[in-house]
Design a protein around this ligand. Structure first.
Ligand SMILES: NC(=O)c1ccc[n+]([C@@H]2O[C@H](COP(=O)([O-])OP(=O)(O)OC[C@H]3O[C@@H](n4cnc5c(N)ncnc54)[C@H](OP(=O)(O)O)[C@@H]3O)[C@@H](O)[C@H]2O)c1
Length: 329
């Protein structure tokens, strides 16, 4: 009889630093709590947010993830896999079902297995998405859905500029904005111009030759997916009631968001999508899956690495030039 204790394999970060701080670890297989499911992970995303958590930057994020070292050492946020055990009170899922979702602030998605609460950001995986595609839906797709629908309140017929249109958030944003009936302009380098246009952008600005803020164009919404512009420069090309939205918080954006809450017709806004309630995430996923099934949305996939090569995947992700999404399988 086999007496070995079942184990899971994962990646651990015990001190903030570069990709080389990631260490492979083996742990006892967790038993699902009454409302949890145990998932065998087939694919998990390698995101810019994972890189920030590994490095502990920006520093104020450490108030949430742990001041001197990560509060939860296992890394990874978004995953897809199949349910292999359920707690006694689980009602939404059963063994054998394919699911995808987010690990939340306890992380641990770049692993072989994970236990997640059924009330969290956990959904049945539609057949229209592969495990790799489903694993990245919690990054660019939901973030850009949140920013365009809820934060910018983009409307059909409006003009939107997407800065960083070739990244995870950007490739999702171009497709979502086009599906919303907006007139889409995206910025990227020449090598990605064709891809961005094929995703639904009406115009592409090559940021290496043209500065969007010096143009005579006007936009109702500017969505800076990378946090590389400022509200001050964006204001020049925003319409009178234009909205500048950005998922990368810095002091300039914070002050602009606070100031424009009370003053001025043009607004600057930020949101931490990961902190939204699970039911808000699940509702966004439902709408995104409708788009997938209507052939209006597909996650753009860049490189796939074996999970054993997570360090290499982090190095690539941190070049700042991935196209869409990176996963480990
Ligand atoms: N607040 C939130 O809710 C939230 C949620 C998720 C992520 N985030 C943050 O969002 C940010 C973006 O993440 P991401 O995964 O989308 O980034 P990413 O995929 O790493 O972005 C890479 C892309 O950026 C493009 N790029 C680089 N420099 C550029 C420039 N100067 N102008 C225009 N495009 C440029 C590159 O295109 P080229 O190769 O063509 O240059 C590349 O395709 C991260 O900082 C992440 O932490 C925030």
């Amino acid at each position: 009889m086999d007496q070995t204790t079942p184990t899971l394999t994962a990646w651990s970060v015990t001190a903030y630093g570069g990709p080389e701080t990631l260490a492979p670890v083996t742990r006892d297989m967790p038993t699902p709590a009454p409302t949890e499911v145990l998932i065998r992970i087939r694919a998990s995303a390698v995101t810019r947010a994972d890189g920030m958590m590994r490095a502990g930057v920006p520093r104020f994020a450490r108030l949430v993830i742990g001041w001197s070292r990560p509060r939860h050492d296992l890394i990874g946020t978004c995953l897809s896999g199949e349910v292999i055990a359920v707690g006694p009170d689980v009602t939404r899922f059963s063994v054998g079902e394919e699911v995808y979702g987010m690990a939340g602030l306890s992380f641990g998605a770049n692993a072989s297995h994970i236990c997640l609460d059924e009330a969290g950001v956990l959904m049945r995986k539609p057949a229209s998405l592969s495990h790799e595609e489903a694993a990245v839906m919690g990054d660019g797709a939901t973030t850009s859905f949140n920013f365009l629908h809820h934060i910018a309140e983009l409307r059909a017929g409006e003009r939107v500029l997407i800065i960083g249109a070739a990244g995870s958030l950007g490739t999702a944003a171009v497709q979502i904005a086009a599906a919303m009936g907006a007139d889409v302009t995206g910025t990227c380098s020449a090598r990605n111009a064709g891809m961005v246009a094929s995703l639904g952008a009406n115009r592409v600005i090559d940021y290496t030759v043209e500065d969007f803020s010096k143009s005579s164009e006007r936009y109702d919404v500017i969505y800076d997916t990378l946090g590389i512009s400022s509200f001050r420069e964006a204001k020049r090309v925003l319409t009178r009631s234009g909205r500048y939205v950005c998922p990368v918080l810095n002091l300039g954006l914070l002050f602009a968001a606070l100031r424009t809450t009370a003053f001025g017709a043009r607004k600057a806004r930020f949101s931490a999508t990961g902190m939204l309630k699970p039911e808000v995430h699940r509702a966004m996923h439902e709408k995104l899956v409708d788009l997938v099934e209507a052939d209006r949305f597909a996650p753009v996939m860049d490189r796939t690495y074996p999970r054993a090569e997570l360090v290499e995947a982090h190095r690539y992700m941190e070049t700042g030039h991935k196209r869409g999404n990176v996963v480990v399988v």
